[in-house]
Design a protein around this ligand. Structure first.
Ligand code: FA5
Length: 348
C-alpha cells in the first residue's frame, strides 16, 4: 500500500516538474515534495509501523524516489536556463548594438576627388614604381649629377640596387619620375595623372618622409602655357570653389622650361590681400597661397622620353595631395594625417 503511495508521489512530482515553466515553480515543487514537512517526509513517518524487512525495502524505495525527483529538478532547471539564454539572444526587441562602420581615409578620398576632377577633362590615371631608378627620377629629367636633390639628405637611396643603364635605385622623391615612364608607354597625345607615394628625408609640420603627389602631364602638338593656366584654373575652381583662381610665377625646375611656382587665390580675400573692412588678410597677407610647381616640359626630357620636341610640346605640374587637402580643410599639421587617430579622421 505504502509502496503504491510512494510511486504515486513520484509520478505526481515528475508530472509537475515536466510541466514547470520557470525556476520559481521548480523550487515550489521541491519544497512541497522534498522539504522537511514535504509529502515524501510525511510518508517516511509511516515506516516505523512496518516489519524490519519491509522497512528496508520501503526506505530504499523512498531514497530512490527522492534521488529521481532531485535529479529531474536540477536537469529541468538547467534546460530552462539555457532556453532563457537562447530566448534572450534572439530577443528582437532589445536595442541593437551599433556596428562601427569603416570609411575611406581623408587622403584616399582626396585622391579619388582629384582623379575625378581630372578624369572629366580626359586625364588618364597612371601609377609608376615607388622604388625607382635614378634615370627616371633625376638623370633623365635633366638633373646635373651634382644637383642637391640627389644628396642623401633629400633622397632615400636603396643599398645594393644599381643598374648600369639606369643608375642607383631609390625611393622616388617625386611623381615627375612618371613623366618619362608615361612617354615610354604612350605616344602623344598624352594626358596623364600620376598619383603616387613619394619619399624624402624630411619631417616637420608640413613635411612627411612619405607623402603623396599628383602629377599632371600633357604632351601634344601645339600645347602652350595658356593650356597649362586653363587647366590650373579649372582644377582650383573644381577643388577649392568657383571663385578661386591660379597664379603662376617664374621659378626654376630642371625638367621644365619655363618653370613656374603656382599659387591659388586665398579663400578669405580672393587674391586681394585685403579683407572687406580694409584690414590685411590674416590667412595669406598678400592674396595668394603657394601650391607647388609646374612648367612646360623641357625639350631634353621629351627627347629622353623618345618624343620629338620639334613636333610636340607639353606641360606638367606636380603637387602634394596632403598640401591641397590641408589648405582645403584648414589642417595645420601634416602629421595628423598619418597618425590614424580616429577622433581626427572621423571629422571628415
Ligand atoms: C616637385 O616635386 C616637382 N616634381 C614638381 C613639378 C612637377 C614641377 C612637374 C614642375 C613640373 P617640389 O619639391 O616643390 O616639386 O614638391 C612639390 C610639392 O610636393 C610641394 O609643394 C609639397 O606640396 C609637396 N611635398 C614635397 N615634399 C614634401 C614632404 N616631405 N611632405 C609633404 N609634401 C611634400
Amino acid at each position: 500500500m505504502i509502496k503504491n503511495q510512494v510511486n504515486n508521489l513520484k509520478n505526481e512530482a515528475v508530472g509537475e516538474i515536466l510541466e514547470a515553466k520557470d525556476e520559481k515553480t521548480l523550487e515550489e515543487i521541491r519544497t512541497r515534495f522534498l522539504g522537511r514537512s514535504g509529502k515524501i517526509n510525511e510518508l517516511t513517518k509511516e515506516i516505523p509501523k512496518f516489519s524490519s524487512e519491509e522497512k528496508e525495502e520501503i526506505g530504499k524505495l523512498i531514497n530512490e524516489t527522492k534521488k529521481t525527483i532531485e535529479s529531474l529538478l536540477s536537469e529541468t532547471k538547467t534546460k530552462l536556463n539555457s532556453k532563457k539564454e537562447k530566448e534572450e539572444w534572439f530577443d528582437v526587441t532589445l536595442p541593437g548594438e551599433k556596428v562601427p562602420l569603416g570609411s575611406l581615409h581623408l587622403i584616399t578620398k582626396t585622391i579619388n576627388e582629384i582623379s575625378d576632377i581630372f578624369a572629366r577633362i580626359g586625364f588618364k590615371r597612371a601609377r609608376y614604381p615607388e622604388v625607382e631608378w635614378d634615370w627616371y627620377a633625376f638623370e633623365g629629367l635633366n638633373f646635373p649629377e651634382n644637383h642637391p636633390a640627389r644628396d642623401e639628405w633629400e633622397t632615400f637611396f636603396v643599398d645594393n640596387l644599381y643598374s648600369k643603364k639606369y643608375g642607383r635605385g631609390l625611393l622616388t622623391p617625386h611623381t615627375s619620375s612618371g613623366q618619362l615612364r608615361e612617354m615610354e608607354a604612350t605616344k602623344p597625345p598624352i594626358r596623364m595623372l600620376n598619383i603616387a607615394k613619394c619619399y624624402r628625408r624630411q619631417s616637420d609640420i608640413s613635411h612627411s618622409p612619405m607623402f603623396y603627389q599628383f602629377e599632371g602631364l600633357v604632351v601634344d602638338k601645339g600645347i602652350n602655357i595658356t593650356h597649362l593656366k586653363g587647366t590650373l584654373d579649372y582644377f582650383f575652381k573644381q577643388f577649392f570653389g568657383p571663385k578661386r583662381e591660379a597664379r603662376i610665377r617664374p621659378f626654376h625646375f630642371q625638367f621644365t622650361e619655363p618653370s613656374f611656382e603656382v599659387d591659388v587665390s586665398c579663400s578669405e580675400c580672393l587674391g586681394t590681400g585685403k579683407l572687406k573692412n580694409g584690414e590685411v588678410c590674416r590667412v595669406c597677407k598678400e592674396g595668394w597661397l603657394e601650391i607647388g610647381g609646374a612648367g612646360m616640359v623641357h625639350p631634353n626630357v621629351l627627347k629622353n622620353g623618345g618624343i620629338d620636341p620639334e613636333e610636340f610640346t607639353g606641360f606638367a605640374f606636380g603637387w602634394g595631395v596632403e598640401r591641397v587637402l590641408m589648405m582645403k580643410y584648414g589642417i595645420g599639421d601634416i602629421r595628423l594625417l598619418f597618425e590614424g587617430d580616429l577622433r581626427f579622421l572621423k571629422q571628415f
